[in-house]
Design a protein around this ligand. Structure first.
Ligand code: V47
Length: 415
């Protein structure tokens, strides 16, 4: 197949380092010429990052899966109602015990997200962050999605700014990018009715950036969104970045359809996104978000193999060691729960790239000219051992889950 002629003017713009328009972004998503898109994104990435690929030695911590949006965020397999089977809320002691895995693993970042718990107050989180900093002063904290921050502000009757300031004061360095899903109101009504709107999500990040808390941004793709929805989402992120400069990295998140109402309604159970679309989302993200320094591939969702290939499709950051992954494994991800430090370094080197261990702020922790495989890679058992295993939710129908609203349209034209 010869190259897609629609991409020629875009290639010329990339060559000149010019900003891409909405029509350009749409043409990229609509094209099947993946190799050209990947080559252009690689060019844009190399200009910024050369051959360097960043990763953080990180540990994910999910203090609770109880979420009041459990019945309306129909794409999520992680959340539970308070009394539902499998619902859990960890005491601070349990969180600290789980975090102690960081003593045996090289760890620079705790990634902490959970659900909108009706009773957990700001004090629980502030005490958690302080306690973690006390026990692990060298580990930075990336915590709470914009949705959780807005929820805490509501139940505490505080402003978003006050909640963010309390988090920062307690030791939070950055905010993760979750909860953005896709900003399109039509898609949001279908997949995340009652979650905060796209504008509200952006407003929380704007406030964080103003307070000196940088953050990440995401887009959940591969469900009911249209190509135009994807483009408008990216353009909204780009506009906020023009205003604040506070986004560090963009992470496209591949929708996983198992054990959630949406996957069932779409008849997609067992079929996640394709490698083709995963690579295209990385590459188009790199090309459109010309003002966001990094693009990260999330291997728990797209597999370590696709993530490795993504490193030559415009991506300069590989999700780290993770240690305990629950959100995507609840949704059927067949990937490992964690990767060792060595495996991450090996994946990056295997793509002919230069690994760079970073902290949450992308400051360099170490490079690997003198790397000896096998150092510091052990992963201990979780403090509660097998009880950390995933017990999937029963299928939605068996739970008498609510009926879905009419879907706003199928994913168009990805491949
Ligand atoms: O907002 C939930 C997604 C997100 C499913 O900032 C699902 O470094 C796929 O944002 N299929 C949370 N995705 C995770 C997240 C994240 C991940 C890694 C790194 C960073 C970062 C942030 O997970 C949610 C939602 O978009 N999600 N359910 C599902 N069934």
């Amino acid at each position: 197949m010869s190259g897609d002629p629609a991409l020629a003017p875009i290639a010329a713009k990339v060559e000149r380092g010019e900003r891409l328009s909405r029509d350009d972004a749409l043409a990229l998503f609509q094209s099947h010429d993946l190799l050209t898109i990947g080559r252009l994104a690689d060019q844009a990435n190399r200009r910024r990052n050369g051959d360097r690929v960043f990763f953080a030695a990180n540990q994910h911590i999910n203090p609770t899966n109880v979420c009041v949006l459990r019945n309306t965020c129909v794409f999520c397999s992680f959340a539970r109602m308070p009394q539902e089977d499998g619902a859990y809320t960890r005491s601070l002691e349990d969180v600290f015990a789980e975090a102690d895995a960081a003593r045996d693993n090289p760890t620079r970042e705790f990634h902490i997200v959970g659900g909108l718990h009706p009773k957990l107050r700001l004090a629980y989180y502030v005490d958690m962050f302080r306690g973690l900093k006390q026990r692990h002063p060298d580990v930075q904290i990336k915590a709470l999605t914009a949705v959780e921050v807005a929820h805490l502000a509501r139940i505490e009757r505080l402003s978003v700014r006050e909640v963010l300031a309390a988090m920062k004061e307690a030791g939070v360095t950055t905010l993760p990018g979750g909860g953005a899903e896709v900003f399109s109101p039509a898609a949001r009504v279908t997949i995340a009715d009652r979650k905060l709107s796209g504008e509200e999500w952006l407003a929380v990040h704007r406030e964080a950036h103003r307070l000196g808390l940088p953050s990440n941004c995401t887009m959940l793709y591969g469900h009911v969104e249209t190509m135009a929805d994807r483009v408008d989402h990216l353009l909204a992120l780009r506009a906020l970045q023009d205003e604040t400069g506070g986004f560090l990295t963009y992470i496209p998140l591949a929708y996983h359809p198992d054990h959630n109402e949406l996957g069932e309604a779409l008849g997609r159970t067992g079929t996640a996104t394709s490698g083709f679309d995963d690579l295209k989302n990385i590459a188009v993200g790199r090309l459109v978000l010309d003002n966001i320094p990094h693009v990260k591939t999330h291997w728990p969702m797209v597999t370590p193999f696709i993530s490795q290939v993504a490193l030559t499709f415009g991506c300069d950051d590989l999700e780290g060691t993770v240690v305990f992954e629950r959100v995507y494994h609840e949704a059927g991800a067949g990937t490992p729960m964690w990767l060792s430090y060595d495996q991450i370094v090996g994946l990056i080197r295997g793509a002919g790239k230069e690994p760079v261990e970073r902290d949450s702020l992308y400051q360099i922790v170490r490079t690997f000219e003198d790397w000896v495989p096998g150092q510091a890679s052990a992963r201990p058992e979780g403090p509660e051992g097998p009880t950390f295993a995933i017990a999937h939710r029963p299928q939605a129908q068996a739970r008498g889950g609510r009926k879905l609203p009419v879907l706003s349209g199928a994913v168009d034209g990805a491949e």
